[in-house]
Design a protein around this ligand. Structure first.
Ligand code: NAP
Length: 277
């Protein structure tokens, strides 16, 4: 089994970002809006900020109290939409319940939508047009390319249909000419679909759901899941120990898909900056 080293590929992407920034006349700028005090979100936002600093990208974190009004958030986004030094805007999810996620994500200028969650970018992805695409699934495609995993004509199964991972993942695989099946919580006999798959991407949020008996010998298994067990250990949606002797390629958790997400976010910010300026 070949381990798919997402950390190494993420470092390569960040090096490309750094090289790009060095040659750009306008320095790309990323603004992250963090609302409330969700501990996981704080960790993610700090990590994004530090990575920006490392590669020489301007980064600004705007923190708002959990009781901020929707109107205030919309005014803030409009201000960022207008700013010339900001080329990427990210609203850290999840949002407090009183805020309408759909309205807020739609308020972000689609050209600065570096998370790829705006309806216009979602529509462009659906139609196979060039777009800012969601970071995690975009990172998965890059990882597969780096390891020369054949996607054209491959049977690919995506487990999970969230707007953040599963659905864009399926469309990106389709864009690579894979034959894609999407499985979800109502799918009957998921293992039967997986057993026929050359590529399985698990984005569910259930620890160690995918077992060796589910997969085809030699298949490429990508684990997007991040789950914390009672003993504090981080595991994915794939039972790594069970699958490691049967899979042909497998991502570890941590160190697999996770590091790619931030790297692609910065890559999207460079892309947005080049397009806007
Ligand atoms: P989500 O919004 O909760 O979506 C989970 C999906 O899994 C849903 O579509 C759900 O189906 C499906 N599902 C639930 N139980 C299932 C089952 N028993 N069998 C098959 N499918 C089932 O989660 P998400 O945001 O996509 O994230 C998925 C996982 O990836 C989480 O562990 C998350 O922490 C991780 N993640 C990692 C990164 C990263 O950077 N590595 C980024 C984002 C997310 P229904 O639609 O039918 O409910």
């Amino acid at each position: 089994m070949q381990l798919l080293d997402g950390k190494k590929v993420a470092e390569k992407i960040l090096q490309e970002v750094q090289n790009d920034i060095a040659t750009m006349e306008v320095k790309p700028g990323l603004a992250v809006i963090l609302i409330g005090d969700d501990p996981a979100s704080q960790v993610y936002v700090n990590r994004k900020h530090k990575t920006c600093q490392k590669v020489g990208m301007y980064s600004e974190v705007i923190r708002k109290n959990a009781n901020v009004t929707q109107e205030e958030v919309l005014v803030l986004i409009e201000d960022l939409n207008q700013r010339k030094d900001i080329h990427g805007i990210l609203v850290q999810l999840p949002l407090p319940k009183h805020l309408d996620e759909e309205v807020i994500l739609r308020a972000v200028d689609e050209n600065k939508d570096v998370d790829g969650f705006h309806l216009i970018n979602t529509g462009k992805l659906f139609r196979g047009q060039d777009a800012l695409t969601p970071c995690t699934p975009t990172g998965v495609i890059r990882l597969l390319k780096e390891y020369d995993i054949n996607m054209q004509g491959a049977n690919a199964v995506v487990i999970g249909r969230s707007n953040i991972v599963g659905k864009p993942m399926a469309h990106l695989l389709l864009g690579q000419n894979a034959t894609v099946t999407i499985c979800h919580s109502k799918t009957k006999d998921i293992e039967k679909f997986c057993q026929k798959a050359d590529i399985v991407v698990a984005a569910v949020g259930i620890a160690q759901l995918v077992k060796a008996s589910w997969i085809k010998p030699g298949a490429c298994i990508v684990d997007v899941g991040i789950n914390r067990l009672n003993d504090g250990k981080l595991v994915g949606d794939v039972d790594f120990e069970d699958c490691k002797t049967k899979a042909g390629y497998l991502t570890p958790v941590p160190g697999g898909v996770g590091p790619l997400t931030i790297a692609v976010l910065l890559q999207n910010t460079v892309k947005a900056c080049k397009k806007i300026t």
